[in-house]
Design a protein around this ligand. Structure first.
Ligand SMILES: CC(C)(COP(=O)(O)OP(=O)(O)OC[C@H]1O[C@@H](n2cnc3c(N)ncnc32)[C@H](O)[C@@H]1OP(=O)(O)O)[C@@H](O)C(=O)NCCC(=O)NCCS
Length: 248
């Protein structure tokens, strides 16, 4: 597990990583994006530290995960151990519980036929991951479905060197790219379910132009978020920050 120093002074943490005060105040203020990410939800990105180098992303078949240790370092225990007292905490915990349970099923071969996105620091650490079902959720829709997405706990509140892109956001970008790649290069409609009060999740989906279909709140308090077919991705953040997704 990585350790990082949270410091109120500019400079590097004990592991050599830049802590966010090394970004200028202007940059940090840019971390607070305009707009209302989800109804009734406002806030400031709580970026605390900056990755030192670029991240890279790959998409693999779920069969490559079974019995392998590709996800061994993945940890959401900070969220799964929350004792919720607010709706936001409840949503965070439930979402993390679901992600960990799906990753467990994936690793034991109980989620065949999926695509798995792995985002890592070029220097090694697993930053984030996602599970995609290209055939939909078997219920509501038959278009690609992002079943799970999460960033690894050691990377909570981390941003790329642009001081603006969270690791969760870059993991979602890689996931959308993976859907496009697996769809043969055209951008299909795709969707995900986001818990109503899972604020960090709403931010990243909103940034990539997933729209909340707020009429479709399920019994589990999840909002369906949909990305329209044909919608191009925003400009890439550049290879110094993020190496293009590849199939492995
Ligand atoms: C959803 C997730 C991937 C987002 O990752 P991330 O963008 O790297 O963000 P972090 O979790 O490190 O949190 C960043 C903080 O900045 C806030 N933030 C992020 N983007 C923001 C923005 N554009 N504007 C304002 N605030 C923002 C977040 O709300 C969060 O604040 P909080 O801790 O007070 O809630 C991550 O929170 C996660 O893995 N959660 C557990 C699993 C999960 O919920 N998956 C989604 C299922 S749909």
């Amino acid at each position: 597990m990585h350790t990082k120093t949270k410091s109120s002074t500019s400079g590097t943490g004990s592991d050599g990583r830049l802590v966010v005060p090394a970004c200028s105040p202007e940059t940090i203020s840019r971390l607070t994006r305009a707009g209302t990410p989800a109804e009734g939800i406002v806030g400031e990105i709580r970026a605390r530290w900056v990755l030192k180098g670029p991240v890279e992303a790959k998409v693999v078949d779920s069969s490559a995960i079974v019995g392998a240790n590709l996800l061994a370092s993945f940890d959401l225990s900070k969220e799964t151990s929350i004792q919720p007292t607010t709706q936001a905490q409840f949503a965070k915990k439930k979402a993390a519980d679901e992600v960990m349970s799906e990753l467990q099923m994936l690793q034991t071969g109980h989620m065949p036929g999926r695509k798995v996105v792995l985002v890592s620091e070029v220097s090694g650490g697993l930053v984030g991951c996602a599970i995609i079902s290209m055939k939909g959720d078997g219920r509501l829709k038959r278009v690609p479905y992002i079943e799970s997405i999460a960033r690894n706990d050691p990377y909570e509140h981390a941003v790329l060197r642009d001081c603006a892109t969270s690791v969760g956001a870059i993991t979602l970008r890689a996931t959308v790219e993976a859907v496009v790649l697996e769809a043969g290069g055209t951008v299909p409609e795709m969707f995900a379910r986001v818990r109503l009060f899972n604020r960090p999740s709403h931010y990243i989906f909103k940034e990539l132009e997933f729209e909340s279909r707020s009429r479709l709140v399920t019994e589990t308090q999840q909002v369906i978020v949909v990305r329209t077919a044909g919608l191009a991705l925003p400009e890439p953040v550049g290879e110094k920050l993020y190496m293009p997704l590849r199939r492995a």
